[in-house]
Design a protein around this ligand. Sequence first.
Ligand code: TGC
Ligand code: FAD
Length: 392
Amino acid sequence: MSYYPIHTIPDYYFIDDLLTDEHKLIRQSVREWVDSFVMPKIDDAAQHHKDIPNLMKELGKIGALGPYIPEEYGGAGLDQISYGLIMQELERGDSAVRSAASVQSSLVMFPINEFGSEEQKKKYLPHLASGEMIGAFGLTEPNHGSDPGSMETHFKDMGDHYLLNGAKMWITNAPLCNIAVVWAKGEDGKVRGLIVERGMEGFTTPETINKWSLRASKTGELVFRDVKIPKENILPNVIGLKGPLSCLNSARYGISWGVIGAAIDCYCTAVQYSKERIQFGKPIASYQLQQKKLAEFLTEITKAQLLCWRLGTLKNEHRATPAQISLAKRNNVKMAIDIARESRQILGGMGIMGEFPMMRHAANLESVITYEGTHDVHLLITGNDITGINAF
Ligand code: TGC
Ligand code: FAD
């Protein structure tokens, strides 16, 4: 259960009036699931650096894997606002839970649905939607993070199969994955997507340990040593860096919504605590300094909610540009990490404890502000959009 009553979750500008009954129903059901399934387990999982048992199958059951994938492939066929609301509710629980759902949905199911063959869609999507199969997305490499176009992972055409060599690093769910969508260069230097399956000889997934962030999520490497990839495992319908970057548009959009959930969890906890905690004979909520913080949190959350609602509407109309998505990802993650850090102070010493979510969210958001394009990379994308000059 959340520490605060669920009805205190803010909707200061009546954004609910802009949602359909279906949107509100979806949000309510994911909200309740997070309270009953995630909240009781998340501190233990994060403290002990372990994932929540059965998470993917449970996410599959509530329809959080591939919500916008067509129903014929096991998705829910929902719109982009629904996807955003689901991400928001999941990240109110923990960024690791949203990460699990967004990698599976936007980075694994999305490319198979957009760029895959009919056989690939039928073979993988229903199992990914149910959470029986876990996917990973391999773009980042040890020597190439912000600059994926310089990737070294490559494959050769051997006639009846491809031979894949290289390594990917910082990969969410690598140690757990059944399949990985891996981006690699062919002999012509062009980037292609390959579906690599666990069990293929020469494919290993060592875990990255000792993280201080996203501790309830498994991260690892994808290592390929002469891995034979059947020819039918290449994604046939995309060539070039725009393949992986299109997936990132979808995942970055989900993050823009998701982090509002983390900010809401911190804000609602701080409001509740500040009304209960008495110092100098009065609740600390009665002091102007604390009210200033709470007023600023609510202002920033409301602005972020409006930004996401509008972006979701543009996405539904296929009008959202990658640069608009970058602006929202950058703004909203910074908003959330600032609220997590500042709200922790409202709890004083209690703010460092696992019973309250602020330290966990703040630590998680250090990853979120780095992955899917760092804060500075998104600034450069906006700068490029304004000036037409690439400053990378
Ligand atoms: P550039 O020359 O600008 O572009 C190369 C080609 O890509 C196209 N493009 C896009 N297409 C679709 N969507 C976008 N957002 C696109 N951005 C660029 C572009 O039009 C061009 O196409 P074409 O046909 O002309 O070839 O690329 P560049 O080499 O200068 O690099 C800039 C870029 C875009 C790569 C950089 O700005 C960037 O975004 N770097 C960040 C890398 C990143 O975000 N990595 C994320 C890895 S995945 C991850 O973090 C998952 S976390 C999972 C979790 O939630 O747990
Ligand atoms: P670098 O690119 O080395 O950047 C270091 C610093 O330099 C940053 O501050 C950056 O902003 C700055 N910088 C870089 N270029 C410029 C420039 N031109 N101008 C000014 N400053 C610049 N990747 C995947 O492919 N799949 C995943 O599932 C995945 N999951 C992740 C999970 C976690 C927990 C983390 C932490 C990362 C994950 N990533 C994943 C990788 C993530 O996308 C990269 O960490 C991120 O893109 C940054 O790359 P880097 O770490 O190599 O940093």
